[in-house]
Structures are given as structure tokens and as C-alpha cells.
Design a protein around this ligand. Structure first.
Ligand SMILES: Cc1cc2nc3c(=O)[nH]c(=O)nc-3n(C[C@H](O)[C@H](O)[C@H](O)COP(=O)(O)OP(=O)(O)OC[C@H]3O[C@@H](n4cnc5c(N)ncnc54)[C@H](O)[C@@H]3O)c2cc1C
Length: 453
């Protein structure tokens, strides 16, 4: 349906939060028409380009997203960047409301000398590269290096570590990009250090992901038992029945501490209470300078304080995985500290003022936390705010897509519609079948567009 009575909502971004927002809107009593704009020709955000290739089951939400996309009142416009191809003002003029669901596209920086040396990378680059994201297709990682340091102790750090250490034969049947599989099959990486500024009780890994690192074929995980000594505040934290994940992690770390580093095996080494203060090297990464930390403060509010003990870790590659930030969208307010669009229950605010008709959801709303499912509740809240506002202020006429179609036609080379995406999808699956993979992704935008032209 696309009548003059329709409520036209634009959603910017096609990751989980965008799709859950679309689902909530399309389930409402109102005659809503949703147009989803995505800068890539492919939908699903980090479910396609973030979730690890050897975790195919975690990509199952795609089936739900696909069902939502097939709703008649839903439109997909891929290969359109909002803020560049179409301005916010132009979109505002055409739609009753806009929901921004653009995620957190940038890594936080360490802001230390040498961070930009060759061989020092962000986790986003590496993850995007092995997952076939077109932005990272041509990145080069020197996998001839034997020792790697990963800064950060969350699940993305675990993903990076696992992809670096898992036998390549076990990745062959995943949807890992072919160029990454080729490079990993030549890899000489032998030792991966996962470094966290706080202690084992504060590591952000979930236990399932941590456990997986302890059972990789041909790899042994190690930790210095001394590093597992806990302060009384840590003991208090671990005793809390709200801290089950940390308790399980601690059990795992104690088991890991009993492992002997065996020769011939790849090693994963957990290092706690250490912060990098310089990446060193003449032309490329040669070592990481670390300062040892101690924890101070009340249980659950402990912070890492630098001591005057220093150490150096010789390594040839550094990946930082210390959090993500959204990027500013031209024409919208932005909170640079948190990397989010300032909002109240999903309504975008500028100082004290609510900006009518503008909403935000997902990582761009709350920051990079939670799992895929967390975005559902988040998007429900945003849509509830939107529907409440519509009920209070009955909408004027808005043309919806008709209003921006001429602009898009003028400025965008080729819009990828839903049927186009399904063609790309089918071609990827077909390419994968002959290689025993669920799909072989197209990793260049031109390849995707040539398929649908
Ligand atoms: C490496 C990694 C691995 C992860 N693994 C898991 C996992 O295994 N399990 C799990 O539950 N969670 C996982 N997560 C978390 C999960 O992916 C996020 O919770 C979720 O993707 C956030 O959804 P989002 O919609 O806010 O953002 P995103 O998924 O990032 O989607 C944002 C979308 O907006 C598009 N976009 C951005 N700017 C514009 C613009 N200006 N115009 C048009 N489109 C735009 C982007 O291209 C993207 O498609 C992982 C996260 C990362 C980083």
C-alpha cells in the first residue's frame, strides 16, 4: 500500500536495529510504509560483516530480517548513503519520520605514539577484511609475522584471535572471504597475546567464546598463574550472584593457567593489568611498550592505575579492539565522547530540544553494547516514542519515496532494490556451493552492481 494516508518512515541502515525497527513499525496498527536506506548494496550490517564466519548459527537472525524485508509495505534501497547522496533535509521533507540505525562504524583509538605504524590495525579492518566488507577488501595484513598483540578483552578480540589461530581447514567451509582464506593459509602466526588493562575478573569475554579459545586444534591457551591473583575488591565482585559470566571466566582462566606451553603448537597468551603506551618500530611495528597497572576503587567501580613497572612485548602485528564509536552524520547533532546521536528514548535531541521526526536506534543510540537481540528491545523503545509522537501530532502529508526518488536518480549510480539483493544473494550462495561454503561473498561493489545491471 502506498496511499496519501500512509505514514512514511525512512530507516537509515540495514543492520539488526534497522530491521527490528521496521518490524515494530510494520506490526503497528497504523498504515505505515517503511523505506530502508543502506550505503552498501548488501543488507544486514554487522550480521553479514561482523559476526565471525565460523559462527554461522549466530547469523540466523538474517532469516527473520528477510521475512521482514518481504513485507509488501517495506522497501530496500541499497547503495544509497544518507548524508551524502541524499541530505537529511531532503529526507526530512519526504518522510514523516526518520530512524537512524547506522551502527558504530569506527574503532576507538588508543592515542599513543606509533599507533599508525605499518602493522598496527583496528579490529574493524581485520574483521571487515575476512568477512568480505568492500571497504576493507584491499587491506593487507602481514601474516608472516609470528607474534601478534591484540589490545582489548571483549568478544571481538576473541574473534580476531580465533581467526588467527584456528586451523585454516576448519574455516574452509565457512563463508570467510576467499582472499582471507588464501592469506590465512600462508600465515606464520604462532603466538597471540590478548592484553587487557584490568584483571581477569573484569575481562569482557563471554564464557562460551572464551571456552572456544581453549579447545582449538593445534593451539594452547596460557596465562601466568600470578596474573590470576585477585584483590579483595575482585573477590567481592566475583562473589556477587549477578556476576556469573566473570565467575565462569575465572574458572576457565584457572584451568588455562595449568596448561603447559607445548612446542609445535600455536599459543594464545592472556595478559592482564597492562596498558600499551607506545607502539614501537622504525618503519613498522616491532614491539609494544606496556605499563603494568593495579586496580583501585570499590568493587564494580575499579579502575586501572598505571604503576612504574614497564615491559616490552616484541611483536610484528597489533590489533586494537577497545570499542567502537558512531560517526557523525552531516546535519545531525553528535556526542563525540560517546560516539552516539544524543537522544531521549530514541528521540534525537539537540541540547534541550527534541528534533521532531528524527529518531535513532541500535549502536548509534546506546553505544556498542549487547548482542544482536539487544537491538530488538532498543528499537521497540524508539518506535514506541515515534508512535506516541505521531498520536500527539497527527501527521501532515508527506510523499515518502516519491519525494526523494528524483534526487536519488540524479545522484546515485545504481540503487540496489530488494529483488536485486536477492539476485546477489542467490549468486553468492551458488558460488559457495561448488566450494563447500554457505556462500562466497562478492567483495567489490562493482562486482555486485555488474550482476544486477
Ligand atoms: C566484529 C563484531 C562481531 C560481532 N559478533 C556478534 C555475534 O557473534 N553475536 C551477536 O549477537 N552480536 C555480535 N556483534 C554485535 C552485533 O553485530 C551488533 O549488536 C549489531 O550489529 C548492531 O546493530 P546496528 O543495527 O546498530 O548496527 P550495524 O549492524 O553496524 O548496522 C548499521 C548499518 O548502517 C549502514 N549505514 C551506516 N551509515 C549509513 C548511512 N549514512 N547511510 C546508509 N546506511 C548507513 C551500515 O552500512 C550498516 O549496514 C558483533 C559486533 C562486531 C563489531
Amino acid at each position: 500500500m502506498d496511499t496519501s494516508e500512509s505514514i512514511h518512515v525512512a530507516i537509515v541502515g540495514s543492520g539488526p536495529s534497522g530491521f527490528y525497527a521496521a518490524e515494530a513499525l510494520l506490526r503497528s496498527e497504523l498504515p505505515v510504509r517503511v523505506d530502508m536506506f543502506e550505503r552498501l548494496p548488501t543488507p544486514y550490517g554487522l550480521v553479514r560483516s561482523g559476526v565471525a564466519p565460523d559462527h554461522q548459527k549466530l547469523k540466523q537472525p538474517i532469516q527473520v530480517f528477510e521475512r521482514i524485508a518481504r513485507t509488501p509495505e517495506f522497501g530496500f534501497l541499497g547503495n544509497v548513503t544518507i548524508g551524502i547522496d541524499v541530505t537529511i533535509e531532503e529526507l526530512k521533507a519526504a518522510y514523516h519520520a526518520i530512524i537512524f540505525a547506522c551502527g558504530a562504524q569506527k574503532d576507538r583509538r588508543m592515542d599513543i605514539p606509533g599507533e599508525d605504524l605499518d602493522g598496527s590495525h583496528t579490529a574493524t579492518e581485520f574483521v571487515g577484511w575476512y568477512n568480505g566488507h568492500p571497504d576493507y577488501r584491499d587491506r593487507v595484513f602481514d601474516l608472516q609475522q609470528e607474534v601478534v598483540a591484540i589490545i582489548g578483552q571483549g568478544n571481538v578480540a576473541v574473534d580476531v584471535c580465533r581467526i588467527l589461530t584456528r586451523p585454516v581447514d576448519e574455516l574452509k567451509t565457512s563463508d570467510i572471504a576467499e582472499h582471507a582464506l588464501d592469506a590465512l593459509s600462508q600465515s606464520r602466526v604462532r603466538e597471540v597475546h590478548i592484553i587487557g588493562r584490568r584483571g581477569p575478573a573484569q575481562a569482557k569475554f563471554t564464557s562460551k567464546e572464551l571456552r572456544e579459545l581453549t579447545g582449538l586444534t593445534g593451539t594452547v591457551a596460557t596465562v601466568d598463574p600470578e596474573q590470576l591473583r585477585l584483590t579483595s575488591a575482585c573477590e567481592t565482585e566475583l562473589a556477587s550472584n549477578t556476576n556469573v559470566i566473570a565467575q565462569k571466566n575465572m574458572e576457565l582462566f584457572r584451568a588455562i593457567a595449568a596448561n603447559a606451553p607445548q612446542s609445535g603448537l600455536r599459543r594464545i597468551h592472556f595478559r592482564f593489568l597492562a596498558s600499551p603506551f607506545a607502539v614501537q618500530g622504525r618503519d613498522r611495528v616491532e614491539k609494544l611498550s606496556l605499563v603494568r597497572n593495579r586496580l583501585t576503587g570499590e568493587p564494580f567501580r575499579q579502575s586501572a592505575m598505571a604503576t612504574n613497572c614497564f615491559e616490552e612485548l616484541t611483536c610484528g602485528l597489533v590489533f586494537r579492539s577497545i570499542g567502537y564509536k558512531g560517526v557523525p552524520i552531516p546535519g545531525l547533532p553528535f556526542d563525540p565522547m560517546r560516539g552516539v546521536l544524543p537522544n531521549a528514548a530514541g528521540r534525537i535531541v539537540d541540547g534541550e530540544s527534541v528534533l521532531p521526526g528524527l529518531y535513532v536506534t541500535g549502536w548509534l543510540k546506546r553505544g556498542p553494547s549487547g548482542i544482536i537481540g539487544t537491538n530488538r528491545a532498543d528499537s521497540l523503545e524508539t518506535v514506541e516514542s515515534l508512535l506516541t509522537d505521531l498520536a500527539k501530532h497527527p501527521p501532515r502529508y508527506a510523499p515518502g519515496l516519491k519525494g526523494v526518488a528524483p534526487i536519488i536518480e540524479r545522484r546515485c549510480a545504481r540503487v540496489v532494490g530488494l529483488a536485486d539483493w536477492f539476485d546477489i544473494d542467490a549468486a553468492e550462495v551458488e558460488r559457495g556451493t561448488s566450494r563447500g561454503k554457505p556462500r562466497e561473498k562478492f567483495t567489490r561493489i562493482e562486482e555486485m552492481l555488474s550482476l544486477v545491471s
